[in-house]
Write a protein that binds this ligand. Structure first.
Ligand SMILES: C=CC1=C(C)c2cc3[nH]c(cc4nc(cc5[nH]c(cc1n2)c(C)c5CCC(=O)O)C(CCC(=O)O)=C4C)c(C)c3C=C
Ligand SMILES: [Fe+2]
Length: 487
């Protein structure tokens, strides 16, 4: 944002008192230092609109003050197609009831960035309760409305079974998930990258299924008196089961809270198409290809976390489309750099008895080995930190399977973690999102199309559900299906 260009374009401001609709009073003003927002103090209550008289840049800022304590004035400024914000400095101006005077940052803007992530168990004892939280999420196990009462007992059962297998996985990567540590480091790095861009922001981490929970992060945001919030899910592609689920939690909390319901918020729903992200992924792939003896013969194998097919086909989850477009963009970037390797995309980590997005990673690895592919570079693509599915599933299980299937040379691209070009791009995404922050309206629901009601604790339904779930599981056929699919 360039201050000097602004001052010329917006040197004429017209103040309109919307109560009296007298538009004739013009106040000369100039925009400078486009650092934060325009702020005034106002001795009276009422509504005020400030318009750019010249309209050359489409500036419309509006404000209101109901208590006469202070009048905060802010609004988006279109400039060269990008949204920016302006800081307005004027002398004291009297206008009708209002006495306006400029105050440098009289109402201090406090920017917050909330990073949303999945969360992971930090110890082996956390595994079952973490899994319980995950399976109790109606965006993860989507039951028909009639069977919603089974959600919690089912979550208890599935988490107990699944924990047997998951604990082994977490034990093999050091006894817990590295997700909290890496996400905290990303938050710190993002804060610093924003400071480099002259934006002082508090960066918070809100996990969906483990500590620090999203709810805790939001309480901290309230305590800190944040006045503008950017929500940045650490999932490049949108899925109902990830970003959608976290946004649903946010919306519920924001709806029920007087302060939060008026807090300007900007949600970045997905960002897989950002140039900085695509280039950072291409950098990592290019660097890793160099470790092979014959880099050009290596098959680039994108492995994405799967979702059940019904999410895409019945609930309209854009995840598959976004994933495919993401891979296309990364490959285009590599081609532009002269890297023309073969590539393929498959989906990993399926859980439970339903159909998941195909092709499945494990099946494709075997097929590629049988077809005579000798060198393969695995690229985890749905997540930006190392986690159990990169460190255990890809590095151990899939590598073993690939080598067994005839693939001789195996490599794996590291997760982005705190790669600086990636963090700088996230900071740019935050800067770009700031001007469009608006209060979350109660009806502005996320793109998830499932309309689950909130689960109220009801001991009778819970008991009935548990009995039904146990009966189901006690039938030998159901038990076998269950064991085969979750363990
Ligand atoms: C974009 C990424 C992810 C999608 C989409 C996703 C959907 C999804 N996941 C499960 C079930 C489980 N996921 C588990 C762990 C896990 N999932 C993701 C990412 C996505 N999940 C990550 C990064 C992690 C690892 C967290 C960590 O501890 O490092 C687990 C637990 C691990 C295990 O037992 O395998 C389960 C279970 C479903 C059902 C689903 C979509 C419906
Ligand atoms: Fe998952």
């Amino acid at each position: 944002m360039d201050a000097i260009a602004f001052s010329a374009a917006h040197s004429n401001m017209k103040l309109l008192d919307s109560n009296t609709l007298n538009p004739d009073r013009t106040v000369s003003t100039s925009f400078s230092v486009p650092k934060s927002h325009v702020s005034f103090s106002c001795k009276s209550s009422g509504k005020l609109q400030v318009r750019d008289k010249s309209r050359t840049q489409g500036l419309v800022v509006s404000c209101s003050s109901s208590n006469g304590q202070g009048l905060q004035l802010s609004g988006p400024v279109e400039k060269r197609g990008r949204l920016g914000q302006a800081f307005c400095s004027v002398g004291t101006v009297s206008y009708g009831e209002f006495a306006l005077e400029s105050h440098s940052q009289a109402v201090e803007e406090k920017v917050g960035v909330l990073l949303l992530n999945l969360g992971g168990p930090e110890t082996l004892d956390d595994v079952q309760p973490f899994l319980y939280n995950l399976f109790a999420d109606p965006d993860i196990i989507r039951l028909p409305r009639l069977f919603r009462f089974l959600q919690e007992p089912l979550a208890k059962l599935i988490s107990t079974f699944r924990a047997l297998k998951s604990k082994e996985g977490y034990a093999s990567i050091g006894g817990g998930s590295p997700l909290r540590k890496i996400t905290d480091e990303q938050a710190q790095a993002l804060k610093m990258a924003l400071e480099e861009k002259n934006i002082s922001a508090n960066v918070y981490v809100g996990m969906r299924y483990w500590y620090p929970f999203t709810e805790e992060a939001i309480q901290q945001i309230k305590r800190d008196g944040i006045t503008k919030l950017v929500v940045l899910p650490l999932y490049p592609q949108y899925s109902i089961s990830t970003t959608g689920s976290s946004i649903r939690v946010l919306q519920k909390i924001f709806r029920e809270d007087a302060y939060l319901s008026t807090l300007p918020v900007s949600i970045i729903k997905s960002w897989y198409q950002r140039e900085g992200y695509i280039k950072s992924m291409a950098d990592l792939i290019q660097a890793e290809l160099k470790n092979f003896v014959n880099p050009q013969e290596v098959m680039i194998f994108f492995s994405a976390h799967g979702v059940p097919v019904s999410y895409v086909e019945n609930a309209g989850d854009p995840y598959k489309d976004e994933m495919e477009e993401c891979i296309y963009l990364i490959m285009q970037e590599l081609k532009a750099r002269g890297v023309g390797n073969e590539h393929t995309l498959a989906y990993q980590s399926r859980v439970g008895p339903v159909q998941w997005l195909k092709p499945y990673t494990d099946e494709v690895l075997v097929e590629l080995g049988q077809k005579g592919i000798k060198s393969l570079l695995a690229v985890p693509v749905s997540f930006v930190s190392e986690h159990i599915e990169t460190l255990e599933e890809i590095d151990m299980e899939y590598k073993h399977l690939a080598l067994e299937s005839g693939i001789e040379n195996w490599g794996r691209v590291p997760a982005l973690n705190c790669k600086s070009s990636f963090i700088v791009d996230l900071a740019d995404a935050v800067v770009e999102a700031l001007p469009s922050a608006t209060a979350l309206s109660p009806h502005a629901s996320s793109a998830d199309t499932n309309n689950h009601g909130s689960f109220r604790f009801d001991p009778i339904r819970l008991l009935f559900g548990s009995i039904l779930a146990f009966i189901l599981l006690l039938s030998p056929k159901a038990f076998l299906a269950f064991r085969n699919n979750f363990i």
